[in-house]
Design a protein around this ligand. Structure first.
Ligand code: GLP
Length: 252
C-alpha cells in the first residue's frame, strides 16, 4: 500500500520480512555488484543479517565489489570494544560474508577530532558515488541512526547526545548496564540519509507500532526524525503485522 508517497510492505512475521529483505539485497547486488549500501545496527536487522550470511554461504550473494557505510557509532568506544557497532557488524555480518575490508566504512568513535572524522565520512560517501540503498531501523522514539527527537535536526554527519530512552535501548551491548552506554555518538545526519537513492526502513514488533504510525502518517517534525523520510522520493517501509498494526489496510 502507499501512504504519503511511501510504499508500505507488510509481512506476516519478523522472520519473513528479514528473509524478503535479504533476497531483495541479493537481487540488488546481482544487478549492481558495486552497490553502495548504508547499514543499520540494532536488534531488528539481526535476522536479516543472518539471512544474508546464509545466502552468501549457499553461494547466492557476492559482496566482493560492494561498499558499505554504517549509520552510526558510539563516541569514546573503540572498534575492538564488544559494545561498539563496528564489533556488532563484525559478529552479525562482516565476518560471514566476502566484503572487502577496504570497502567497509565506519565512523570511528575514538577519533581525536570528531568534527574532522564526520567530515571525512561525508567525503568518503561522496567519493564512493553516494549511497545506492540505505537500510534503516527505527527507534521506538522515532529516531533514525542517532538523529534523536528534539527541537532541530542536523543535516550532515555529526556528534550528538543520546537520549536516556536510546541509551536504555542499547544497554544490551554494554552488559545491560545503562550507565555504561555512552552519552554521545557519531551519526549520519538527515541530509546524509535522505540523499541515498533508495531507502528501505525495517521495523518489527509491537513496540515500534506508534513510531511507524508517526513516521508514515506525519506531521513532519523534528520531534519524530523518521517523519522526514516522507520527503524522500523512493522510500519503502517494511513492517511485520505487529509494527504495522496502527496503519489501516486502506492506507488511511
Ligand atoms: C539504535 C541505532 C538505530 C536503530 C535503533 C533501533 O539506537 N542507532 O540505528 O535503528 O537502535 O534499534 P532496535 O532495532 O534494537 O530496536
Amino acid at each position: 500500500m502507499h501512504v504519503n508517497g511511501m510504499t508500505i510492505r507488510r509481512f506476516a512475521s519478523p522472520a519473513s520480512a528479514a528473509s524478503a529483505l535479504a533476497r531483495h539485497v541479493a537481487r540488488c547486488l546481482a544487478s549492481n555488484p558495486n552497490l553502495v549500501l548504508g547499514l543499520p545496527t540494532g536488534r531488528t536487522p539481526v535476522p536479516f543479517y543472518a539471512e544474508l550470511a546464509a545466502l552468501h554461504q549457499s553461494g547466492h550473494v557476492d559482496f566482493s565489489r560492494a561498499t558499505t557505510f554504517n549509520l552510526d557509532e558510539f563516541a569514546g568506544v573503540a572498534p575492538e570494544h564488544s559494545g561498539s557497532y563496528r564489533a556488532f557488524m563484525e559478529r552479525h555480518l562482516f565476518s560471514h560474508v566476502n566484503l572487502s575490508s577496504k570497502r567497509i566504512h565506519f565512523l570511528s568513535g575514538v577519533a581525536p577530532d570528531a568534527s574532522a572524522e564526520c567530515r571525512r565520512y561525508e567525503r568518503a560517501i561522496a567519493r564512493s558515488g553516494g549511497l545506492d540503498l540505505m537500510l534503516l531501523g527505527l527507534g521506538a522514539n522515532g529516531h533514525i541512526g542517532f538523529n534523536e527527537p528534539g527541537q532541530s535536526l542536523v543535516a550532515f554527519t555529526h556528534k550528538t547526545k543520546l537520549t536516556l530512552a536510546t541509551r536504555q535501548a542499547n544497554a544490551a551491548l554494554f552488559h545491560r548496564r545503562v550507565g555504561d552506554v555512552p552519552r554521545e555518538a557519531l551519526s549520519m545526519g538527515m541530509r546524509t540519509i535522505l540523499r541515498a537513492r533508495r531507502i528501505i526502513l525495517l521495523a518489527t514488533g509491537s513496540t515500534k507500532a506508534p513510531a511507524v504510525h508517526r513516521l508514515v502518517r506525519g506531521p513532519i517534525t523534528p520531534k519524530v526524525p523518521a517523519s522526514f523520510l516522507q520527503l524522500h522520493p523512493a522510500i519503502e517501509v517494511w513492517v511485520d503485522e505487529a509494527a504495522g498494526a496502527r496503519l489501516s489496510a486502506s492506507g488511511d
